[in-house]
Design a protein around this ligand. Sequence first.
Ligand code: NAP
Ligand code: HSE
Length: 428
Amino acid sequence: MEPIKVGLLGMGTVGTGVLRIVEGHQDDLQKQVGSPIRIEKVLVQNKDKSRRYAVEADRLTENAWDIVNDPAINIVVEVMGGIEPAKTYMLAALENGKHIVTANKDLMALHGAEILAKAAEKNCDVFYEASVAGGIPIIRTLIEGFSSDRITKIMGIVNGTTNYILTKMSQEGASYADVLKEAQDLGYAESDPTSDVEGLDAARKMAILGTLGFHTSLGLGDVQVKGISQVSKEDILYGKRLGYEVKLLGIAERQDDMISVGVQPTMVKTTHPLAAVGGVFNAVYVYGEAVGETMFYGPGAGEMPTATSVVADLVAVVKNLKLGVNGRKMFVPYKEKKLKTAEQIASKYFVRLHVQDKAGVLAKITQVFAECDVSLESVVQQPNKSIAEAEIVIVTHDASLASMNRVLAEFEALEVIQTIKSVYRVEG
Ligand code: NAP
Ligand code: HSE
C-alpha cells in the first residue's frame, strides 16, 4: 500500500517525539487511517549532531527545499520553531499544495491569518493543536466541542516552564534561576526562555484561545502581558498565608461583545482547581453560558505529550485526504473585535507595601483606596523582622483596572509608603 509521505521540519524535542510516535505506533495509525504514514525526510540544522533517536543519514537534510519542493511529500510537519525561516517554508509548502501541521504558537499568533488564508486558497489543511497547552486537545475542544455554546471566560495555565518554576519555588523554596535551568534541560523552555518567563509564550497562546473562544481575531498586541521574573519567594509565602498560590494565569473574558485578554502572575485561591495544577502541567478552564464550568488538564510541554497532539493532527489530515475534504475551514472569526477599556476590566487585587512604621499610616493608605473607589476585603500587617519598616498586605474587592492604576499612582507620591513591593490580580 502506498504510504502517505511526510516531511518533518525539525528534530529537536518535539520532532524527536513525532518520529517516535509515528514509527512506534505505526500499526495502530495505519489501522486508523488505512495507509502507512512514512516520515520521508527530516530537516535539521546540523546533520552531524548526535541524536537521541536514530534516523538513517539519507533521511536527514539541512536543506528545507528538499522537503518543501518534493512533489512526493503530501504533508509538512513544522516543529523547528521561530518566525523565519519557518513562515517562508510553510507558505511555500502550501503554495505547493502540501498540508501543514505545526506546533508553532509564535507563528500562528502573529501570522496565523496569512497562513490560513493561503491554506484556504490552496484547499490545504493547517492544524496547530500542539501550539497551545502541549498534550491537551484544547483547540479542537474550542472549535468543535463548544461550537454550540457562547464562551464568556477562558482561564489558562498555558506555559509549562513558568508553572514548573513557580511550583518548585512554592513547594521546595527553590531559586528561580536553578529551576529555570532544570526546565530548559527537560526540554520545556523555548530556545530563548525569555518568552516563557516574560509571559509572551502564554500571551500568544491566549491570543489563539481567545480568537477561537470568542470568534474574534485577536493578536499579541491585544493581550496585556506581565511575566514571572519579578515574582519573589516573599510573595509566594504571603500568598500561602492568605490562602493563595501564585500562578502565571492567562485570562480572556467577554461581557456582551467586549473582550479583555491578559497574562499575569495571579494569586489563585487554593480552593480553585487551577491552584492545584503543578509542575509542567497546564490547565484550561472554560466557562460557557450553557455548559457552565469546565476544565481541561494535562502536560503542557515536553517531547511525548506535545508530539501526541502533533501526530493527532497528522492523523486528522490523513483522514481528510482519504475523504477528499482537506481545506475545510475549521474556524472563521465572525465577530468584530471590541476590547474593554481599563474602566471595564474588573478584578480583585493583592497589594504588598513597605511603609513607615508610625501612627496614622494605615489611615492614609485606606483613604487613597476610598478616594479611588476601591473597597477592601482584608488588610493585614505582617511582622517582618528583616526590614526596618512595617509590611502591609491588602486584598481588595472587585475594582476596575483604571481605579487600581489611580491607587498605585497616588501611592507613588505618598511619603508614608517606602516601596510598592508587589501587585497581583486575585482569582477564585
Ligand atoms: P528544539 O528542540 O529547539 O528543536 C528545533 C529543531 O529544528 C532542531 O532539530 C533544529 O535542528 C531544527 N531547526 C531549527 N532552526 C532550523 C533552521 N533554520 N534550519 C533547519 N533546521 C532548524 O525545539 P522544540 O522544543 O522541539 O520546539 C519546536 C516547536 O514546537 C516550537 O515552535 C515550540 O514553540 C513548539 N512547542 C514546543 C514544546 C516543547 O515542549 N518543547 C511544546 C509545544 C510546542 P538541530 O537539531 O540540528 O539543531
Ligand atoms: N515553552 C513552552 C512551555 C512549550 O513551557 O509551555 C510548550 O508550548
